[in-house]
Design a protein around this ligand. Structure first.
Ligand SMILES: C[S@@+](CC[C@H](N)C(=O)[O-])C[C@H]1O[C@@H](n2cnc3c(N)ncnc32)[C@H](O)[C@@H]1O
Length: 230
């Protein structure tokens, strides 16, 4: 990362903090995402999660799945700039990718226009009814952690609802044990709330708890996979 890129990344973080807190004060905590993407004016350096490549912990996990497990309909949740959706499409899935921000969706579609991906603007809190039980694979990376209650519980139920019978839900993000401090934002995923997915008909297939070094600090992460009984 050049010094200039780092300076713009820092500016992006400050802008995100300001817009997030203004939106919360205005009683519309989800409204800042679209405003933020618009303010970034197509500059990926401004987007703290704009890595210009798919999430390494998703890519590494996908590489270990069989070709049979990488076909059929996949949903990419909170697609942002679209790198994970592109990876899913390249892996063999038929991908629908959505984000609450139309700006993000336009940006992602522009970057990956050569791929056969359905790009949609949609809110996890009010998903199209035809998505219920429609996806053999649902990918959620780092979106849940940008939401806090009451949205978080609703989002978890919505994610579980999109998974087809026999399908899988992949979750990757910051994690927190129930007795650890929160230090938000983002708001790390709690072990106990993920355990609650069982009530939505999902069985845990794997759960990894690991540290990622960010700016010289160890940050707990969870990578979890759930299976909906057929
Ligand atoms: C931290 S970014 C993560 C982007 C991407 N998934 C990744 O792994 O880099 C969170 C994304 O979720 C989107 N988002 C936030 N709330 C959402 C909601 N209620 N419905 C759909 N997308 C949402 C934001 O616009 C943003 O693009």
């Amino acid at each position: 990362m050049s010094e200039e890129f780092q300076a713009r990344r820092a500016e992006g973080r400050r802008l995100a903090d300001r817009l997030r807190s203004d939106a919360a004060e205005a009683g519309q905590p989800l409204a800042w995402f679209d405003a933020f993407y618009r303010a970034a004016k197509g500059d990926r350096a401004m987007i703290p999660w704009g890595h210009g490549e798919p999430r390494a912990d998703l890519r590494e996990w996908l590489a270990r799945q069989s070709a049979d497990q990488k076909k059929g309909q996949a949903l990419d949740v909170g697609c942002g700039l679209g790198d994970n959706a592109a990876l899913l499409a390249a892996s063999g899935f038929e991908v629908t990718a959505f984000d609450i921000s139309q700006e993000a969706v336009n940006w992602a579609a522009g970057r990956f226009g050569d791929l056969d991906i359905t790009w949609r603007s949609a809110d996890l809190m009010a998903l199209p009814s035809e998505w219920q039980g429609a996806f053999g694979f649902v990918n959620e990376t780092y979106t849940l952690q940008s939401l806090r209650e009451p949205f978080r519980s609703e989002a978890l139920k919505a994610l579980a609802g999109c998974v087809a019978a026999g399908g899988r839900l992949f979750i990757l993000g910051r994690g927190r044990h129930d007795d650890e401090p929160e230090n938000p934002p983002p708001w790390p995923l709690l072990v106990s709330e993920l355990a609650g997915l069982k009530a939505s008909g999902l069985e845990e297939e794997s759960f990894e708890d690991f540290m990622v070094t960010r700016n010289g600090r160890d940050v707990r992460h969870f990578r979890a996979v759930y299976h909906k009984l057929g």
